[in-house]
Design a binder for this molecule. Structure first.
Ligand code: HEC
Ligand code: HEC
Ligand code: HEC
Ligand code: HEC
Length: 132
């Protein structure tokens, strides 16, 4: 449903000659369709606010590129769901989807000694996160 809304808005922007601004300001949680029967509430992640607060300027810090199971340090993948390259079910040579998220999110939090590392701090019950 939201996909169609985004498509409609994008088309409107194009037709009006407005520059295509990809803003993730409205993204508050991560809820990939690939997890068809989630066991946990979706993780809190107010995309733009998070990255501002954490002072991450480089999109490739999270949106890296790669193909056929090989990372490409010259490529990036903004806007491509992690699930496009990381299968839900483990496959040889591929980091499965849940581990991909956990390793990236928690890995940086531990490295920076900032940000949550406990389950309930990300998978917040009745997630009605406020955009900060
Ligand atoms: C700290 C990690 C992180 C950084 C840094 C980051 N993103 Fe993202 N972004 C994500 C995650 C996680 C998603 C959700 C991916 C998924 O659906 O699997 C996402 C989703 C998106 C989407 C899709 C939005 C939607 O509503 O589906 C776009 C477009 C995007 N990011 C662009 C960017 C751009 C441009 C930058 C740099 C200015 C950036 N991101 C920096 C983690 C990040
Ligand atoms: C365009 C394809 C592509 C996208 C999109 C992508 N990845 Fe990856 N990623 C790869 C490849 C290729 C590898 C290396 C093989 C593997 O481990 O699966 C990799 C490896 C990883 C690894 C293993 C450690 C490392 O850094 O090599 C993590 C963690 C990871 N990705 C997390 C993510 C997350 C989280 C997202 C979404 C924000 C994401 N990836 C989006 C292609 C992608
Ligand atoms: C490259 C580093 C990095 C990555 C990757 C990253 N974070 Fe963070 N995150 C931070 C830092 C740094 C903070 C602390 C910001 C502060 O409070 O100053 C933080 C804070 C947070 C917070 C607390 C925000 C608040 O307002 O207190 C949440 C929730 C969070 N991260 C979720 C995530 C999720 C979910 C992912 C994976 C999709 C993720 N982060 C990936 C660096 C990162
Ligand atoms: C830094 C944030 C963070 C922490 C800490 C974290 N997760 Fe996650 N987790 C995520 C993200 C992001 C996803 C991707 C899908 C989503 O948002 O639910 C995910 C996905 C999952 C999934 C697969 C989707 C589902 O709901 O079935 C499970 C299960 C899960 N996490 C369990 C846990 C458990 C158990 C812990 C503690 C040991 C934990 N997570 C800690 C961010 C986190």
């Amino acid at each position: 449903m939201t996909r169609y809304l985004i498509l409609a808005l994008t088309l409107t922007a194009v037709l009006c000659g407005a520059p295509l601004a990809f803003s993730q300001g409205d993204m508050l949680v991560i809820k990939p369709e690939a997890f068809t029967a989630p066991r946990r509430p979706p993780a809190v992640f107010p995309h733009d606010a998070h990255n501002e607060k954490a002072k991450i300027d480089d999109c490739a810090a999270c949106h890296h590129g790669g193909e056929n199971g090989v990372r490409d340090p010259k490529a990036t993948s903004e806007g491509v769901p992690c699930a496009d390259c990381h299968p839900v079910v483990a496959a040889p040579g591929r980091t499965p989807l849940m581990r991909a998220y956990h390793q990236q999110c928690i890995g940086c939090h531990l490295e920076k000694k900032a940000g949550p590392a406990a389950c309930g701090q990300c998978h917040v019950d009745a997630a009605a996160p406020k955009a900060k």
